[in-house]
Design a protein around this ligand. Sequence first.
Ligand code: FE
Ligand code: FE
Length: 166
Amino acid sequence: MSTLRETFLDGLADMYDAEKQLIKALPKMLQAAENESLRAGFETHLSETESHISRLEEVFEIFGEKPKGKNCKAMKGLIEEGEELFDDHCRDAAIIVAAQKVEHYEIASYGSLKSWAKLLGKREAAGLLDQTLREEKATDLKLTQVAESVVNIEENQEEAEHFGGH
Ligand code: FE
Ligand code: FE
């Protein structure tokens, strides 16, 4: 039977790989995005993602382990599926939903990791994981705000085109 510590370390390795995949995927999302605040958001989150990786390394260290990644199939699938949508006519909306699915995966993972670190008596590690969790939640919120403004812009454009045609 595996212990909570093993389950925790497994989850840590999963996120270590997931964040590294994101470091490669975020510049592609940034490149594909048109909306200025969406692009700015990706730029900010790219640098935040770098600190997510260093925080994971610190947490490994607190547990006396060497940082190691474990192929995160879920993140691979989320990124692949997202990239397939980038050619759509409503590209920014597609990029936003892909990014939000990624953030929700991270939020679920860091939420559990933080609780487990607390249960394992590692308050400092829990604090580090919480810092990352907050940044993922803030990013998700920003994406929702951009999603609403992008949709509004589209609607207004359609209305303008509609009235312009008469
Ligand atoms: Fe992250
Ligand atoms: Fe993230």
